[in-house]
Design a protein around this ligand. Structure first.
Ligand SMILES: Nc1ncnc2c1ncn2[C@@H]1O[C@H](COP(=O)(O)OP(=O)(O)O)[C@@H](O)[C@H]1O
Ligand SMILES: [Mg+2]
Length: 367
């Protein structure tokens, strides 16, 4: 994956910006609130995912303007492609000048991995953030996963509505079996895919963690399905069977609470160092290294599975790392096109190859 040209129009604080990044490391430096993160956000949106800042579509349009555009020419799978998104009250996407049904069709075509300070929530926050981490990668790797996860979420919502309705109309209890069956079948497939992806991620993340920490600590991640005892190697059907049993066992609790308490929407990814939870016991430095290792492992897994290395977006993470970790990063990411934002370009005095850009008030200039 390589972005050759990026054009922004009325996007955030950038009135009009044309950017020709280099093929390897691109440093974007500048003072606070100049538009560095906005630029990475624009690149990220081309992956078809939602903003990593949790922005709503309307937030992306420059204050006072009615329409924003992000357009990129990039090389992928050996050919030049073009992606364009326009926001003007609604969102419209084109790939190679062909109108798309939605931006999610960019998934798996324009691939990117992003790490910003807000991603530290990956180790610090609750399980929802970690499920989203797995799901975001899986959506890029297997575009059909996007539909699966959407359908699954609707099933859970409908089952929850039914659980609440049953307390008022007990005769509806008969219809619960149908929803249990749907939830178990699709949930089993989702758990299986997440577990397989976690296995691949673990191999890469462990190696990277050793590299960045330069310590002999043992880093490990494990998928923890809520209320299920899954043995290694169990297939989708077997997991669906376990889920069906767990739903039956938990039916009383579910009816009491009005919520479905078992299934992949309750699962977690456990991250440990030397067998101890990083969330509970990790130092700040360990937590940061863990997230970085997970993000870089994600980029390797996507590269391995799609045969194309994703673009890596590192927002403001350099100031938090010591020189050794910075050097490790720069030396081990050479197979990817990388965009790094920071306030001080001094961190990169030892950068041999790469391009340096200055961002000021939404305008970018190359040095
Ligand atoms: N829709 C918008 N229209 C105009 N300016 C915006 C919009 N959204 C954010 N901004 C401005 O962008 C600036 C922040 O840009 P950001 O990329 O986060 O800065 P940084 O260079 O620190 O990463 C702020 O000044 C903010 O007011
Ligand atoms: Mg920023």
């Amino acid at each position: 994956m390589k972005v050759n040209q990026l054009e922004l129009e009325q996007f955030r604080n950038m009135e009009s910006l044309s950017f020709s990044p280099g093929a390897s490391v691109n440093i974007i430096y500048g003072d606070n609130a100049q538009g560095k993160t906005n630029l990475l956000e624009a690149i990220w949106l081309l992956s078809g995912a939602k903003s990593f800042r949790g922005a709503k579509d309307g937030d992306l349009i420059r204050f006072g303007a009615g329409r924003a555009r992000v357009e990129a020419a990039f090389d992928c799978q050996g050919r030049r492609q073009q992606a364009k998104i326009v926001w003007d009250g609604k969102k419209t996407a084109w790939l190679n000048d062909i109108l798309q049904e939605s931006v999610s069709s960019f998934a798996g075509i324009f691939t990117a991995v992003v790490f910003s300070p807000s991603h530290l929530g990956l180790v610090r926050d609750g399980p929802a953030v970690r499920r989203k981490f797995l799901d975001t990668s899986l959506c890029q790797i297997l575009p059909r996963y996007i539909g699966m996860i959407g359908r699954y979420q609707r099933i859970v919502l409908q089952r929850n509505t039914l659980l609440k309705d049953i307390s008022r109309a007990p005769s509806l209890l008969d219809t619960l079996d149908v929803w249990d069956e749907k939830l178990a079948a699709l949930g089993g497939a989702i758990i299986r895919m997440r577990m397989e992806y976690t296995r691949r991620l673990q191999i890469q993340a462990n190696e990277i963690y050793h590299g960045i920490s330069m310590e002999k600590e043992d880093f490990s991640i494990a998928y923890r399905p809520a209320g299920l005892a899954i043995r290694p190697g169990q297939d989708q059907q077997e997991i669906a069977g376990l889920l069906r049993e767990a739903l039956a066992r938990g039916r009383g609790e579910d009816l009491k609470s009005g919520f479905t308490l078992t299934g992949p929407h309750r699962d977690d990814l456990e991250i440990t160092i030397d067998g101890r939870s990083v969330r509970a016991f990790g130092s700040q430095g360990q937590q940061r290294s863990c997230v970085l290792a997970l993000k870089l492992a994600e980029s390797r897994c996507i590269g391995e599975l799609l045969g194309e290395n994703p673009v890596i977006l590192l927002d403001d993470v350099m100031s938090e790392l010591d020189q050794n970790r910075r050097d490790y990063l720069l030396n081990h990411l050479s197979g990817n096109q990388i965009f790094i934002t920071c306030c001080d370009k001094g961190y990169f005095s030892r950068l041999e190859q790469g391009s340096i850009f200055h961002m000021e008030n939404g305008k970018l200039s190359q040095e």
